[in-house]
Design a protein around this ligand. Sequence first.
Ligand SMILES: [Zn+2]
Length: 179
Amino acid sequence: MSAAREDLVIPAPRLAAVTGGLNHCVRHGEPAVKRVRFALQSRPQVTGNRANLGNVLATAGRVAEHAGAARVTRLTDWPLCRRCARTRGWGLGVASVMFFGGVLAVLAAFGIRATMDGPSLALAPLLLGGFVAVVAAPWPFVLGSIPRIIQARTSTDGGSVLITAAHPAFAAEIRALLG
Ligand SMILES: [Zn+2]
């Protein structure tokens, strides 16, 4: 099945206009159980890895390559299937537990330390563990972020949305919507 997956390049305004008509998730091709709103931000001056993206849609080819301020593409009513929604929930949940748990652990370590006469090595695991959890929290957060789940980003100029390895069901749907 993976061979049938496609890379899509879609002009951002056209995509934004039709997301409400999409009923299948881009990653698994399964029915949408949830709709989300999110923003894709362009990253100016990052160049080079666009060559492997096929120009599936006719208007997709001309993507101006100029650096400028980051542009944001807002998409609403984006379909997520049960699996995508679960991944998102997992990522956000783990990230917040790690972050707030880590902060609490560090605060607790300092709090306990303040009540003690001298330094205690016993607090080191609490302090270190809390610190590591806070520092590592962005990792599950990124894994659960919408752009990561749906493998989408914008072109350098922000004018197009690039979707990597779209499921055939999603590709057929978007093609029908764009005409
Ligand atoms: Zn999915």
